[in-house]
Write a protein that binds this ligand. Sequence first.
Ligand code: CA
Length: 231
Amino acid sequence: MTMVNILVVEDEDAISTLIQFTLEQAGFTVQSISSVEKALPLLQSQLPDVILLDWMLPGISGLQFIKYLRDTDRTRDLPIILLTARGEETDKEQGLNLGADDYITKPFSPRELVARINALLRRRAPQKTSTPLHVHELELNPQQQRVQVNGQIIALGPSEFKLLHFFMTHPDRIYTRRQLLDLVWGDHVFIEERTVDVHIRRLRRGLETVGYDYLIQTVRGSGYRFACNQE
Ligand code: CA
């Protein structure tokens, strides 16, 4: 299954423990910390897929942190869910205005929390969800890590699988090698751009066995495009 990393910033131990348990049960990888000050060095090394951020924190508040994340190039698009206390309507509005993608009011049910995270991932990072995908006869099943055409399984390595998953959730747009590295391998990974070409070549070779290698187009001087709506 595709690994989804969630960073939880929450200073109340009981809530933090409950969230961590709930999310791990749902198959997410979770890191919990108690303040924004602790989050900053973590973000330097690796960006999570989603941040669950408490509003009321000691030191730098959740809102100040959202503002910082949205003002910073690298974290501008990072999916954020704000955790607010009951009834703070103006807080919610302020949070959404500053750039939170969603908010959840405490106390919340574990089911609601997981549903909100999945909804956000579907919107913002569909390559991280486990929804099966179809393009023509090509079927990709994230849960089984399997790609097939009419029952014929296509052998792909893990990187080629991730690349195809990304392409199938982001069709008909051109991506540069750098963007593909950031979006498919993660922006903390220092790989040469040429490596993308190697994985593209392998992916094409796999798709060639079922006649779908034409879906991966090279756009001269720009990058690559998964062209599923053109012949
Ligand atoms: Ca708090």
